[in-house]
Design a protein around this ligand. Structure first.
Ligand code: 5RP
Length: 218
């Protein structure tokens, strides 16, 4: 089974968490793309979605699913999104697709975070995947120097502007043994919009696509 087929297993398995009549939080990425396809089969049973990116919004609308502005919605029952790395405590690195800030906002208003991944995303200690940080453009050099002080090796993600008009710095070489502390440290730097560590708000359910079907950990 290919990696994409395993992503598809996870994406379709998440459908069982979607309640009829609800508004669903929808993340971003190639695994979420499969979830959006699955959600399309329920489009007449749900009210709609709140989306975490322009890309997902376009995919949802193309399937005829109404997309609500996040400010119109107080809370969501479920948020379904992928991850770049996830540890046994269900803490994640996200932002490989540069959508981390909107993902964190939608996750924050959601009761349950359903993380959909293939098996390659599971790690004991996060940091092998470079940690994305969304930064206001004028703070790029300052934030880069501060990230070096925190033990990282920052790299400007060339050619990428986020949906919010900012840049992404990817931090290599970190061994993230205290994700909550590092999330706080990086988020407190002037000019940082969001760090792609989802430790304070981790996942509640992890669905891993495997050659033997979807494995669910609640
Ligand atoms: C986008 C994300 C994605 O969830 C993450 O990059 C995983 O993507 P994929 O499902 O394509 O492997 O955080 O900002």
């Amino acid at each position: 089974m290919t990696q994409d087929e395993m992503k598809k297993e996870a994406g379709w398995a998440a459908l069982k968490y979607v309640e009829a009549g609800s508004i669903v939080g929808v993340g971003t990425g190639s695994t979420v793309k499969h979830f959006i396809d699955a959600l399309g089969t329920m489009k007449d049973d749900i009210k709609g979605a709140v989306s975490s990116s322009v890309d997902s919004t376009e995919k949802l609308k193309a399937l005829g699913i109404e997309v609500f502005d996040c400010n119109e919605v107080d809370k969501l029952d479920v948020y379904v999104d992928g991850a770049d790395e996830i540890n046994p405590a269900k803490e994640m690195i996200k932002g490989g697709g540069a959508a981390l800030t909107r993902e964190k906002i939608v996750a924050a208003i959601s009761e349950k975070f359903i993380c959909i991944v293939d098996g390659t995303k599971a790690v004991d200690v996060m940091g092998e995947f470079p940690l994305p940080v969304e930064v206001i453009p004028m703070a790029r050099s300052y934030v880069g120097r501060e990230l070096v002080k925190l033990g990282g090796d920052p790299a400007y993600r060339e050619g990428v502007t986020t949906d919010n008009g900012n840049i992404i710095i990817d931090v290599y070489g970190l061994k993230i043994t205290n994700p909550k502390q590092l999330e706080d440290q990086i988020n407190s730097l002037a000019g940082v919009v969001t760090v792609g560590l989802f430790a304070h708000r981790g996942a509640d359910v992890v669905i891993t696509g495997t050659p033997n079907g979807a494995k669910i950990e609640e």
